[in-house]
Design a protein. Structure first.
Length: 412
C-alpha cells in the first residue's frame, strides 16, 4: 500500500495498477563526468484509487526539482507538435471567434510553441511557465511569459489585476500537477465569464488498450479517463461540455470546459458517447485496472527476446529519441548499452549526455548514417511516422525499424 493518499479524493491507495520497479527521474540526463557517481532511483509504481478510480503515482520530489531550469524538453523541436499547435489555434479562432479583445492564457506554455500562433493572428496572449529557460525562449518569440507554477495562488493574483482568460488552455500539464484540486480551482478562478477551457492529456483508455506502460514516469503523477476528469472539474465548478479524441501522444483527449453556470454552451453528444465507450471497456470497475500489469510483463519479455536474438546474430541496434517514455521502457526492461549502442536526438540539449539509469549515450542524428545499424529502435513511438520519414535512408543498407509498444514490431 502507498503511504500517500489519493491526490484527488484522499482515499488510501491499496490497488496496484502497474509496478515498473525502481527508476531514476526520466529527465535526469547525465554528463560524462557524472557516469561514475551514484544515481538516485525511485519506485515507479502506479496505483489506482478504489473510490474515484484515478490512476496515479506517488510524488517523491518537489516539482521545483523535477521541472528545474535545465528541464530538457523544448516543444519546438518536433515539427509534428508545432503543426498540432498551429491547427489548434486555427480551430479555436474559427469555433469561438477569439480576437484582439480576448486573452488566451496557456498554462505550461513551454517555449511559446503554441501561443506564438495566437500572437501572429492578433489575439493577446500570456504564457505561464515555471522553467526559466523555456520562458526566455518564449519571450524571444514575442510571447509574454510569467515564470511561475500555476495554481489557485497564481490564478488569484492575475484575476485580482483584472487579467482573466477568455481561452485558458493546458496541454499535457494536468498529469504533471502534484496538487490537482488546487490547480483546477485556479483554472476556475482565472476563467473569464463566458470563457472556455481546453485541456489535453493522454487518455487512460488508450494507455490500457495500447499497452502504453512506458508513458508512466515520475513526472507524470496522474492518468485520466474522461469520467475521472469530469468529476475533477465538476468539483471545482467547471462543466465539461465537449470532448475530442486526438491521436497525439498515442491517444489523447481534448476536453472543453466552461463555468457550470454558463448555460450558453450546452453539453454536446460526444460527452455521453465517450463515457459510454469507457464503460464498455470496463473503466468504471476496478477489475480492468488490476488486469493491466500482466500484459506489461509480457511486453517486456517479448522486447528482451527480440534484443537477445538480434545480438546473438551479431546485429547492431541503435535507438532513436531520448524521450521520458524511452527511459521508463529501458530501465524497466534492463536494457543498457549492451543492447543499444547509442540513441540519437534532435535536441542539442540532450546530445552529448547519457540516458539516466541505463547510461546509453545520446548523439546527433547524423551518427545513424555512420553506424549503419541493422535495427533502429524508435523510442518516441507516438512520432513514428515522422521519424521513419526522416530516417528512411537506413533501408539503403537493409536497416529495419523496431517499435516496442503495444508489442515489439519490426518493419522495413
Ligand atoms: Zn481517489
Amino acid at each position: 500500500m502507498s503511504t500517500a493518499p489519493c491526490r484527488f479524493c484522499g482515499a488510501p491507495l491499496r490497488v496496484s495498477f502497474c509496478d515498473l520497479g525502481m527508476s531514476p527521474l526520466s529527465n535526469a540526463f547525465l554528463k560524462p563526468e557524472q557516469l561514475d557517481r551514484a544515481e538516485k532511483f525511485y519506485p515507479l509504481h502506479a496505483r489506482v484509487c478504489e473510490r474515484c478510480l484515478l490512476v496515479q503515482l506517488e510524488q517523491f520530489e518537489p516539482p521545483e526539482r523535477i521541472f528545474s531550469d535545465d528541464y530538457a524538453y523544448f516543444s519546438s523541436y518536433s515539427d509534428l507538435w508545432l503543426k498540432h499547435a498551429s491547427d489548434y489555434v486555427d480551430q479555436m479562432i474559427e469555433r469561438f471567434g477569439f480576437g484582439s479583445r480576448h486573452l488566451a492564457v496557456e498554462i505550461a506554455s513551454n517555449d511559446g510553441y503554441l501561443l506564438q500562433y495566437f500572437a501572429k493572428r492578433g489575439v493577446p496572449v500570456l504564457g505561464i511557465e515555471p522553467a526559466a529557460n523555456c520562458a526566455r525562449a518564449a519571450e524571444e518569440k514575442g510571447v509574454p511569459t510569467l515564470v511561475k507554477f500555476f495554481g489557485a495562488g497564481t490564478a488569484g493574483e492575475l484575476a485580482a489585476k483584472g487579467r482573466k482568460a477568455d481561452l485558458l488552455l493546458g496541454n499535457n500539464v494536468l498529469a504533471h500537477v502534484p496538487d490537482l484540486n488546487d490547480f483546477v480551482r485556479g483554472m476556475q478562478l482565472l476563467l473569464a465569464p463566458g470563457g472556455v477551457i481546453t485541456v489535453e492529456f493522454p487518455h487512460l483508455l488508450t494507455l490500457i488498450e495500447q499497452n502504453q506502460f512506458d508513458t508512466i514516469y515520475h513526472e507524470h503523477f496522474s492518468y485520466f479517463s474522461f469520467a475521472v476528469a469530469e468529476q475533477l472539474f465538476a468539483r471545482h465548478g467547471i462543466t465539461l461540455f465537449d470532448v475530442e479524441e486526438l491521436s497525439t501522444h498515442g491517444g489523447s483527449l481534448r476536453i472543453y470546459g466552461r463555468h457550470a453556470a454558463d448555460a450558453s454552451r450546452p453539453v454536446g453528444s460526444r460527452v455521453a458517447a465517450l463515457k459510454e465507450k469507457e464503460r464498455r471497456a470496463g473503466l468504471d470497475r476496478i477489475e480492468a485496472y488490476r488486469a493491466f500489469e500482466e500484459r506489461v510483463k509480457r511486453c517486456k519479455r517479448h522486447l528482451l527476446e527480440f534484443l537477445v536474438e538480434a545480438k546473438e546474430a551479431g546485429k547492431q541496434i541503435v535507438g532513436y529519441g531520448a524521450p521520458a517514455k524511452g527511459n521508463t521502457l529501458l530501465n524497466y526492461c534492463g536494457v543498457r548499452s549492451d543492447f543499444i549502442r547509442f540513441t540519437v536526438d534532435r535536441s542539442p540539449h540532450k546530445q552529448g549526455c547519457f540516458l539516466p539509469g541505463t547510461h546509453i549515450p545520446v548523439l546527433h542524428p547524423d551518427r545513424i548514417r555512420e553506424a549503419r545499424p541493422d535495427f533502429l529502435l524508435i523510442l518516441p513511438w507516438n512520432l513514428k511516422e515522422e521519424i521513419v520519414e526522416q530516417t528512411a535512408y537506413i533501408r539503403d543498407w537493409g536497416g529495419k525499424f523496431v517499435v516496442p509498444i503495444p508489442d515489439v514490431t519490426v518493419f522495413a
